[in-house]
Design a protein around this ligand. Structure first.
Ligand code: ADP
Ligand code: ZN
Length: 672
């Protein structure tokens, strides 16, 4: 007689526990990591075997049978399972959330079966490009390469800090080639937006069909096929991908590169798991034994600090390729310009002159404004009313081409009112976004060929690529864009970069505001003067005395870091303290307040001064959900697991109180 087999199954749902099922005698018990089809309420769902045991947990609960085993072998390796467990525990979320984020959507389809033919021919491997030799490294790059190899003897993680255009990518290419030659696999992470043909062509030219590209813009079938091949084949491979590529299976993984490691888009904000791909990559390195290289011109304070304390190895590249100088920075005082009436719309006279000069010399120009749409809001000149979204606590952004107001949080739209809906007064447009900038550029430089790159102009699959390609071919003279134009792009003829308004970068209510502003300004500046002669950068601001501009003018990344570090220590922020935010949401504002106070009181007792007051976020309502926040800042050397367990208990308690019914409490570990 058979003993009954029970399995715990992970389902891609935001539930706390795994689900227990019985494996009927007619089915051979599937190993951990295998996909199974199970009944769930009145439907079915695809789950992953998490654990096997021979006794049902509680005999009182009725346990149902699994329906079917979907694959001939586990689709998850042991390493992946360990990584999932680490994520669920570290980010305080159900492992089902990790599953939903980690697998291609097709894996949740019960009709899909992973077959185990390695040789199945696919489109993936039919690169036609001829393989070229990699470029020889310069003396400085050769030294950096050797220092990185050396640092890996004592450190799993090494930070490569190299100024923009110093050839970091060339150094990566050499490191990758070393590993592939030894038969290993390499994972190369980049921020989603930097995944252009500029980068992939460069890699493909050297690595040919050893390269695989994995990101959200390829079809799901293709993502699944890459996943399948990675699960099966142990050939030398280079996977280049956005953050979700950390979830791919690997055999022989020996190197993980995290390029632009400072990028906040490595952090997934919504939905859970709210993970940071850099952190996950480092854990993946630990689990697989792979070395990790973090690369950037502008390190995050956290990584730079880890290099300073010796936790990471640290290597620098201080010169641009071919000894080119870093761009020259001019700060323009907008207050003075307006006072003297030396402005045309949002362009100062010196900037207009400079753009003319560059255009006359057939150079290209990038104009940066980190706000899309025509203008951030419209206001009544008589009563001061500002149209707001009905569901979110934000003003509606003006979009002129669409002739409507749009909420950038939920997409709600309404027509632009010609008179004030409250008092009938005259409405006036305030501020400017990329769309308005484009209009002003057409008025100022009617001969120039202009393109705009922002969320609105890159909605379709190939838009982004098309804009970059035409700019690279110099079919466009002036490129206007949001932060999309700051990411790792290389254009030969860009001589001038202008930041139309640096002020709102600096006024964010966040302890990372200065760090981010510096990174963004330094990165966007780095697009200027990458070949030939020194680039020029104009930054317009109402606050030219802000200390950040001094650091920017001297490209003083180190000075910036030191000053930030002092502030972080003084005000108990990372890297000296670890932060966990609790985001509380409810559609009923009163219940939200009750729950927040209850939770806050309990946490204050348990954690003392490590708990902040209840924070009212600058946007208090999104899509009908009211929001409050409580932050915890815990000493870096404290027992975090203990703190998280305690926190989890208090969250559960509050969630179970009748007066808090309907509350959502979402932990965000290491929020960004
Ligand atoms: P980074 O990644 O540091 O911004 P890149 O690797 O993109 O810098 O290098 C900037 C430019 O200089 C690229 O066009 C690159 O091809 C070129 N370059 C850098 N190093 C070399 C080298 N050793 N040989 C030839 N070209 C190089
Ligand atoms: Zn809205």
């Amino acid at each position: 007689m058979n003993t009954s087999n029970f399995i715990d199954v992970i389902l891609p749902l935001a539930i706390r526990e795994t689900y227990t099922y019985r494996v009927p005698d007619s089915i051979v018990c599937p190993p951990v990591g295998t996909r199974v089809l199970v009944p769930l309420a009145r439907k079915t769902a695809v789950g992953i075997v998490y654990q096997l045991h021979t006794e049902s947990v509680s005999p009182s609960i009725q346990i149902r049978d699994i329906i079917e085993v979907l694959d001939p072998f586990p689709i998850l390796s042991d390493t992946q399972m360990q990584l999932w467990q680490w994520m669920a525990s570290y980010y305080m979320c159900p492992v089902g959330d990790v599953m939903a984020a980690a697998l291609p959507a097709k894996a949740l389809d019960h009709l899909y079966t992973m077959d185990n033919s390695v040789k199945r021919r696919v489109k993936l491997d039919t690169f036609t490009d001829e393989i070229k030799e990699k470029k020889p490294l310069t003396t400085a790059q050769t030294l950096a390469h050797a220092q990185i190899m050396d640092a890996w003897h004592n450190h799993r993680v090494v930070l490569l800090q190299g100024v923009t255009s110093s050839g970091k990518t060339e150094v990566y290419i050499h490191l990758i080639a070393d590993q592939l030659a030894q038969g290993h696999q390499v994972l190369y992470l980049v921020p989603e937006i930097a995944l252009t043909t500029q980068l992939t062509n460069r890699l493909q030219a050297v690595f040919g069909n050893q390269l695989r590209v994995y990101h959200s813009r390829i079809t799901d079938a293709r993502r699944m096929e890459i996943y399948r091949q990675q699960r099966l084949d142990d050939q030398p491979r280079l996977i280049v991908g956005a953050r979700s590529a950390v979830f791919l299976p690997f055999k022989n993984l020996s190197l993980i590169i995290v390029d632009e490691e400072h990028e906040s888009s490595y952090k997934q904000q919504e939905p859970a798991p709210r993970y940071h791909a850099r952190a996950v990559a480092i854990i993946l390195g630990q689990l697989t034994g792979a070395k990790v290289l973090l690369g950037t011109a502008t390190p995050s304070i956290e990584s730079r600090y880890n290099a300073q304390t010796g936790k990471y190895g640290y290597v620098t590249l201080t010169e641009r390729y071919q000894g080119l100088q870093l761009p020259h920075i001019t700060i323009i005082d907008l207050q003075r310009q307006y006072h003297r009436k030396e402005m045309y719309e949002h362009f100062s006279d010196p900037l207009v002159d400079r753009i003319r000069t560059e255009l006359n010399q057939h150079k290209q120009i990038i104009l940066f404004q980190n706000r899309r749409g025509y203008a951030p809001f419209i206001q009544c000149t008589r009563c001061g009313a500002v149209p707001k979204c009905t569901d979110c606590d934000v003003s509606m952004t003006v979009h002129m081409t669409l002739r409507q107001l749009t909420c950038h949080y939920c997409g709600h739209t309404m027509p632009i009112p010609s008179i004030c809906p409250q008092c009938g007064g005259e409405m006036r447009i305030h501020g400017f976004g990329t769309e308005r900038l484009e209009e002003e550029v057409h008025n100022l430089f009617p001969q120039a060929r202009v393109a705009r790159m922002d969320w609105d102009t890159t909605r379709k699959k190939n838009d982004y690529e098309a804009i970059i390609t035409s700019f690279a071919k110099h079919e466009v003279d002036i490129l206007i864009g949001t932060q999309m134009v700051t990411k790792g792009l290389h254009f030969d003829d860009v001589s001038l970069v202008a930041v139309l308004s640096a002020d709102h970068l600096l006024s964010q209510p966040d302890f990372r505001s200065s760090e981010r502003a510096f990174q963004m300004l330094e990165q966007v500046s780095g697009r200027a003067g990458r070949t030939g002669s020194q680039g020029e950068v104009f930054i317009q601001t109402f606050d030219p005395k802000h200390p950040i501009f001094d650091f920017i003018q001297r490209h003083d990344t180190e000075g910036m870091y030191q000053s930030q570090l002092q502030e972080r220590e003084l005000f108990h922020f990372p890297p000296f303290y670890r932060q966990i935010s609790l985001i509380l949401r409810h559609t009923d504002q009163e219940r939200l307040t009750i729950a927040a106070h209850l939770l806050h009181d309990r946490l204050a007792l348990a954690f003392g001064s490590r708990v902040t007051d209840i924070v009212h976020p600058s946007i208090a309502k999104i899509q009908k959900w009211f929001i409050l926040q409580i932050n915890l800042r815990i000493e870096s050397n404290a027992n975090m697991q203990h703190a998280k367990n305690l926190l989890q208990e208090h969250i559960r308690f509050v969630e179970s109180q009748p007066e808090c019914k309907g509350i959502h409490i979402i932990p965000d570990v290491d929020p960004m």
